[in-house]
Write a protein that binds this ligand. Structure first.
Ligand code: OGA
Ligand code: NI
Length: 403
């Protein structure tokens, strides 16, 4: 992989000089960005360009070498430098927030979140209000689903038109190098997009568990939105309102990373930033795999017991006018353990225009991004093919970027 990672700031429009281009390019296959909420009427291929191969089936077949189409170019392959081995993302305890109820926000916690958002874009949170048993149940019902017979799973096979259901690739580029994972994607909010029939019927407890889990995670997101708003110097409801108030988007992607005979040659999920607002990741309790890019290193996250991993998505980068930045991350796999993770994406309502909040724009801090709906944003990336953080390149006239 070629990794051209650095931000370049340049004027692109002399006549409208406050629009600058923040070019952050990296030629990496990004992922979540490909989900199109509209259906087939958006100039979107109706089917995958090649027959779908389930990575879990490949893994179960016991092959000793992985097929060429999972082999990443040498620069993309996992490498762990000694210096990064004992670094971890910040860990924040929300207990004092819970004790104070919804009305009271502890200044110490605010400060920790502020620092984590500014310097990492990623943090872990414990005592977040989601029941630990529910977290375990949520992960384990999905593990059970992935261990159902193949015909049970393929009954939910997805297509590139909506991505909803059981899938094994992201992106529709013919001949693309693929990631070593399968996934399941579903909508929780807005309620008009939620359809329990598109959620697996097996195991039979799954729909109930995921309904309750979703409710609690969405509540946690509401709390996080308040904290971020206050930390940005805004009224506590500002960010939530910018997302659409009560009418926001929330969707879940369950990632299944099967054992891999040659983990050094591939990735479970290629480098990307999350296109939405905030992501709440429930990692596998026992198997590490998530890596966060920090400067020139990949830091492997060591999950704390019953912690969620929270990260800033592209839409919060836009709304905060880059006070907070989404950060690239990826997943490595291993040869002796499968890994399951649940990524909850909390997003602005699709039709709302998202742009730097006016309170954060001043003559010294002109808006870095033009207004765009989240639907357009995702569509662009789905169509052009996402590349790391290149979707946040901005500038009205750039043929290569939506912003
Ligand atoms: C994602 C993601 C990380 C993981 O789904 O967007 O980054 O650990 N997942 O599975
Ligand atoms: Ni992600």
């Amino acid at each position: 992989m070629i990794y051209i990672s650095l931000y370049e700031i340049q004027e692109t429009q002399p006549t409208n000089s406050h629009y600058r281009t923040l070019i952050c390019s990296s030629l990496i296959l990004a992922t979540t960005t490909l989900i199109n909420p509209f259906g087939s009427d958006m100039n979107c291929p109706r089917d995958w360009p090649e027959p779908i191969v389930r990575v879990q089936s490949l893994s179960d077949s016991g092959l000793g070498t992985i097929p060429d189409r999972y082999v990443k170019p040498p620069t993309d392959r996992p490498s762990i430098t000694a210096a990064a081995a004992d670094v971890n993302i910040p860990l924040i305890d929300f207990q004092r927030l819970l004790d104070g109820g919804d009305g009271d926000v502890d200044p110490g916690v605010l400060e920790q979140v502020s620092e984590a958002c500014r310097s990492w874009g990623f943090f872990q949170v414990v005592n977040h209000g989601v029941r630990p048993e529910l977290m375990d149940q949520a992960r384990e019902v999905w593990r059970e689903f992935f261990h159902q017979p193949m015909d049970v799973k393929t009954a939910y096979a997805n297509s590139p038109t909506t991505y909803e259901g059981y899938g094994s690739r992201l992106g529709v580029e013919k001949g693309a190098i693929l990631d070593w994972s399968d996934y399941y994607f579903l909508h929780y909010l807005p309620s008009s997009l939620k359809d329990h029939n598109k959620w697996p019927a097996f195991p039979s407890s799954l729909r109930g568990v995921i309904e309750e889990y979703s409710e609690q995670v969405v509540k946690l997101c509401g709390r996080l939105m308040k904290i971020l708003s206050i930390n940005l110097g805004l009224d506590e409801s500002c960010l939530q309102n910018a997302f659409g108030g009560d009418d926001i988007g929330a969707c879940l992607r369950i990632n299944f990373y099967p054992k891999c005979p040659q983990p050094d040659l591939t990735l479970g999920l290629s480098s990307h930033s999350d296109p939405g607002g905030l992501t709440i990741l429930l990692p596998d309790q026992h198997v590490a795999g998530l890596q966060v890019r920090r400067n020139d290193q990949w830091i492997t996250v060591k999950p704390a017991q019953h912690a969620f991993i929270v990260n800033i998505g592209d839409q919060v980068q836009v709304l905060s006018n880059a006070v907070y930045k989404s950060v690239e991350h990826r997943v490595i796999v291993n040869s002796n353990q499968e890994r399951v993770s649940l990524a909850y994406f909390y997003n602005p309502r699709g039709e709302l225009l998202v742009q730097p909040m006016k309170e954060l724009v001043t003559p010294e801090n002109p808006p870095l991004y033009p207004a765009m709906t989240f639907n357009e944003y995702r569509l662009y990336i789905r169509t052009k093919g996402p590349r790391g953080k290149s979707q946040l390149a901005i500038g009205e006239s750039s043929a290569k970027s939506p912003r």
